[in-house]
Design a protein around this ligand. Structure first.
Ligand code: SF4
Length: 324
């Protein structure tokens, strides 16, 4: 957890857009003008339904995609303008843990070589030192050194994700995009992987962008949570605040769908059931993108797209209900 008075921005996303051309003059607006900061040492949870643009956002931050518009700055330097040595250094410092621990590991490579990919690319160690580094990394993520000489198919999903985490950590990163790292895992191992990530964050002062659609797990790991809907940002707040006092009708609906542990409260509480489908990101509504599913929609919501405003310290929302 980052203390308020010690906050230092590591990554700053400003007015980011990422459109994909689908047909002549038709664009899929995967990320449509979003802005947020990530502070050093924090975990920012990024949530929303499938297809809302959260993974595209993570991938654009790591230069897997070029942005259509907007800027991403890492320690004040534009990520997409980096070249040569500076680009290589960014590629070392910013890593990714992928959603699917089956597809993200090359089945023909030994675990030792998977974990050492970054070590070799960045020329970080050789010979005995390289071997020791691989052994240490495997132990750090709860595997053992004998696992180095096996292939990915010999491991369970949870163990494979641990290999993916070891690969990301091998190059001493500062920032990791965790792209739905637990959603392909059994519920019984999800908590283990989240606990491991938290331990590693504390030990190495890592900063995470934790992408997920499971709001209950995001609450557990995040300092702050950002909610996306159809490529736009709806709300950003400290984790506790967002769960206690959601402001955006979409956040309210998402939270009301989390099962509660107390069966009596669970039975009596009111669920907000979202009507209708998510509109097409190729042709989203002109005003608020949530307007066709919102039970509080007003006339203005069809005309003007709401802007992100700070309603309380560090609590931002984009909704006309909070227009001043
Ligand atoms: Fe609902 Fe209007 Fe707020 Fe959009 S701007 S979430 S339609 S009240």
């Amino acid at each position: 957890m980052v203390e308020k008075d010690k906050k230092e921005i590591l990554l700053s996303v400003k007015n980011l857009k990422k459109y994909f051309l689908v047909e002549k003059n038709q664009y899929l607006k995967a990320v449509d003008d979003i802005s947020f900061d990530i502070y050093k040492g924090e975990t920012l949870g990024l949530v929303g339904e499938s297809g809302c643009g959260k993974s595209t956002c993570g991938r654009t931050i790591l230069r897997i995609y070029n942005p259509t518009a907007g800027t991403i700055e890492f320690e004040g330097k534009s990520v997409h303008s980096l070249k040569g040595k500076n680009l290589k250094e960014f590629n070392r410092r910013a890593q990714m843990i992928f959603q699917d621990p089956y597809a993200s590991l090359n089945p023909r490579m030994l675990v030792s070589n998977i974990v050492a990919e970054g070590i070799d690319i960045h020329n970080l160690s050789h010979g005995d030192e390289r071997k020791k580094r691989i052994d240490d990394l495997l132990e750090l993520v709860g595997l053992n050194r004998e696992h180095a000489n096996r292939f990915p198919h010999e491991f369970s999903g949870g163990q494979r994700q641990r290999i993916g985490i070891a690969r990301a950590l091998a190059v001493d990163p500062d920032f990791i995009v965790c792209d739905e790292p637990i959603s392909a895992l059994d519920v019984s191992v999800q908590a283990q992987v989240v606990n491991l990530l938290q331990e590693l964050q504390t030990k190495y002062g890592l900063t995470f962008l934790f992408i997920a659609h499971d709001l209950s797990m995001v609450k557990y790991i995040s300092d702050r949570v950002a909610v996306m809907y159809l490529g736009s940002m709806s709300e950003i707040a400290k984790s506790d605040e967002l769960y206690k006092k959601p402001l955006h009708p979409y956040t309210e609906a998402l939270l009301s769908s989390i099962p509660l542990p107390d069966p009596i409260i669970e039975k009596t509480r009111q669920r907000i059931v979202l009507e209708g489908d998510v509109p097409s990101p190729i042709n989203p509504p002109n005003g608020c993108k949530f307007v066709d599913r919102c039970n509080k929609a007003m006339d203005i919501c069809r005309e003007n797209r709401p802007k992100m405003v700070e309603i309380e310290p560090e609590h931002f929302v984009a909704c006309h209900l909070y227009d001043k």
